[in-house]
Design a protein around this ligand. Sequence first.
Ligand code: 3NM
Length: 210
Amino acid sequence: MISLPRLYAILDASCFSNSEDLLRAAEELLAAGVTLLQYRNKTGDARAMLTQALELIRRSRAGAPAPHYPRLIMNDRADLCLAAEFDGVHVGQGDLSPESARKIIGGERWLGVSTHNPRQVAEADGTSADYIAIGPVFPTASKLNPDPVIGLAGVQLARHLTRKPLVAIGGITSENCCAAIEAGADSVAVISDLIRDPGKSAEEFLRILE
Ligand code: 3NM
């Protein structure tokens, strides 16, 4: 079983007006101590995504010695995960199934699955996914057409349905992240509350979640 860090930072390309801003935010997050970072780009074409992903890999490795490279996870795209030599892929309910993604990425890379209700958690538990994300825990503006908010009770319920590492996502802030962990999550995934000042915000999360 894999071990997840408490903070799972997500860089969403739609939050940045250009590539350099996204890459600089990544550098700040990593310099602050983030060790698990997802690259999410719902609108970019494959070639632009690969270019950005390769640059993310290059910069993330420039800042750390080999055994301590941060883990980079590709949202949705198992093909781009391989092409950019990312460490894993995260699939949603409308993406490739976990087993199909697993066939592409092989046994070593990490595979995460998004779930939004108890049925999906139980189903994901039966797959080769390395971790399960559950959400939205709180209201979120970062996802188009989010599923209904599940609250902390939804995290507790998910915790009872799987022993796989569990990631709480959706509306997670430095104020509510501890409650999500106390409800049973192993890790919290965050987009918007890391954006304003990525380095400082990540440091604050890491201090609170220690
Ligand atoms: N997935 P923020 S909620 C990407 O419910 C994503 O699975 C969700 O962004 C889910 O931290 C969400 O800004 C958005 O709320 C998370």
